[in-house]
Every structure is written in structure tokens, then in C-alpha cells.
Design a protein. Sequence first.
Length: 178
Amino acid sequence: MKQKLPPGHIVATLVSEHELILGFLEKLDSINKAVQQMNAYDETREDFKMLAHIAEHLAEAELHHQREEQILFPELESRGVYGPPAVMREEHEQLRKSKQRLKDLASQAAEMEFSQFKEQLDETVRLIMPTLREHIFKENNILYPTALKLIEDEKVWQRLKEACDKIGYCCFTPESQR
């Protein structure tokens, strides 16, 4: 889908961000596995720095959600598509809480009792991973194709792009997609 769209098209940008988020999830999974094998917090371990980095980037995806919720979803709803945007908004709310929990855990790792940290990290990662992967799958394979099918006017896409530009982009959004 992304290959057919010009760089900077809002759907191409959203899909590019999804690809990067999926990469963060892969790293998060491997970090969680490594942490689960540890016996104590060790500030010299790169895993803890990377965990904080990934948690920050996942939280930074808020701008991605805002562009969807404030720009794309209302446009779809104005064209009679209500179900998928409603489901995606609900999932965004659930994911916001889990991503904030991950960010909090990453920042508190040194102060927490390590076995509690490990347990809470594992629980949070096991919640985020499948939920976010499934969410991205639904957006990439249902929501975005629906939008591309229903919105054929390039002037509408340009208006949507200008609105997205006002909201802004994630720190990890490729420059070529902004």
C-alpha cells in the first residue's frame, strides 16, 4: 500500500510509523526476555537504557494517534464509516495507559524491588505486544485501505495533510514522510 503512495501522503506516513513501532516492539520483547533472566538491576546494562528509549518512543507515538483521531477518523466518519474509528479510539485509550505504565516502569527500575520490577515489566510487555501488533494490523489492513478507497479527491488529502502538519510528527517519523 505504502509503495503506491507519494512520500508524505498521510497514509504512507502512518504506515511508516507503524513499521518503526513494530521494530520497537521487537526490541522491547528481547529486552524483556533479557531482564527476566537477570537477578538484579545493573545500571551499566544497556538493556535498561534501551528500555527507557523504547518506552519514550512508544509514548511519543501520541502524535501519531492524534493525527488519526483528530484528522483521519473524523473524515471517515463524515463519509459514514463509524465502527473502525470507534474501535481504534478505544484501543488508543487502552494503549496510552499501557505505554505510560511502561515509561513509568523504565524510569523507576533502579528504585523498585527488582523482582517486582521484573514481574510488572513482563506483565506490561505481554499486554502491549499483542494489543499493539493487532491494532497496527487492523489499521494497515482495514482502516487505511478503507480511507484510500473512500477519499479519492487529492484536494481532500492535501487538506488532511496540512491539518496533520499542524499537529506534528513523532520524533521517529522519517523526514521523507513528513
